[in-house]
Ligand binder design. Structure first.
Ligand code: SF4
Ligand code: SF4
Length: 307
């Protein structure tokens, strides 16, 4: 029964307008096979639950420390200190905290439970051409589960989109193709060695992209990352790669650093802390790069009529 199939997710967001056409509900799968150091959703990377601590909400009551069966929370100073290597992610500290200063990110939900939320906005989807988007993390790290959710939505007349970097085996990619109306296909570079740095395989990505183009609609999404791919030559190379695989629309997404605080909440260092966000205006010079090769370039991932 696909309705009872469990998916590990870390969020469901309703009324999204940047994850495909119209108003959409985006389901964020937890777990990713890449390791991009600029990731704005670091809580999405591990397939296991993550413990987030919001220091500004903490009133130093000590309840979390008392509740922890592993003695993973030291309370000998003004604020709790988490020994994360001792933590089993049981969530008892989060339950004990009356200030919501601790959160366990990541849970399993069945397809049927997720669809309850997705169906709530069916009228909006109908009126705006919206629908369901599965994102992550990398949704194709749970290919059967992603396919089950997409199939259920599509079977109910809901438009479906998959946001993916697609550095997965073709068999995994094949699992979702029949149920995806649209792929938002992440392409971060054109050089295999640069892909390797973040744990991705360009040959797999290209093979999957070609399949997607033949059997579904595809928009390439290019996160423009300072120091990684933010040169005219590299953006041109990415657009050319996309075009060679059959793509005729690409969205350039400026790097933002809105995920900075999450690294602190997870107790992890963030090497990109000092990197300034890019603005849409800074990407304007790249807009014309697709012209001669016949690829439409949008800045910021909005639909053309919104710009
Ligand atoms: S229970 Fe919550 S408010 Fe109290 S010390 Fe722990 S994190 Fe802070
Ligand atoms: S999740 Fe469980 S083991 Fe981890 S710090 Fe909280 S109470 Fe302790």
């Amino acid at each position: 029964m696909i309705d009872s199939m469990e998916i590990t997710i870390f969020d469901i967001q309703r009324f999204c307008v940047h994850d495909g056409p119209g108003i959409r509900t985006t389901v964020f799968f937890k777990g990713c096979n890449l390791s991009c150091p600029w990731c704005s959703n670091p809580e999405s990377q591990s397939a296991k639950p993550d413990l987030l601590y919001f220091e500004s909400k903490c009133v130093s009551c000590g309840r979390c420390s008392a509740a922890c069966p592993e003695r993973a929370i030291d309370f000998s100073s003004a604020k709790p200190f988490f020994y994360r290597d001792l933590c089993t992610r049981c969530g008892k500290c989060a339950q004990a905290c009356m200030q919501y200063a601790i959160e366990l990110s990541g849970k399993k939900m069945t397809v049927s439970e997720i669809m309850e939320t997705v169906r709530m906005d069916a009228d909006y989807y109908r009126n705006t051409g919206g629908g369901l988007t599965v994102s992550g993390g990398e949704p194709l790290c749970q290919p059967r589960e992603a396919a089950a959710l997409l199939k259920t939505a599509k079977g109910g007349g809901i438009h479906t989109a998959v946001e993916t970097a697609a550095s997965v085996a073709p068999e995994s990619f094949e699992t979702v193709i029949p149920y995806a109306d649209l792929f938002l296909f992440d392409i971060k570079h054109s050089n295999p060695a640069k892909f390797k740095e973040i744990g991705a395989d360009l040959e797999l990505i290209k093979a999957n992209l070609k399949q997607a183009v033949q059997r579904s609609a595809v928009i390439a999404r290019v996160p423009v990352i300072p120091g990684f791919n933010d040169t005219k030559e590299e953006i041109y190379g990415i657009l050319r790669l996309a075009k060679e695989c059959g793509v005729d629309r690409a969205d350039l997404l400026p790097y933002h650093n809105l995920g900075r605080s999450k690294y602190a909440q997870l107790g992890r260092p963030y090497g990109w802390r000092e990197t300034e966000a890019l603005t849409k205006e800074e990407l304007e010079p790249y807009r014309g790069l697709g012209k001669e090769m016949g690829i439409e370039v949008a800045i910021g991932g909005k639909q053309p009529h919104e710009e």
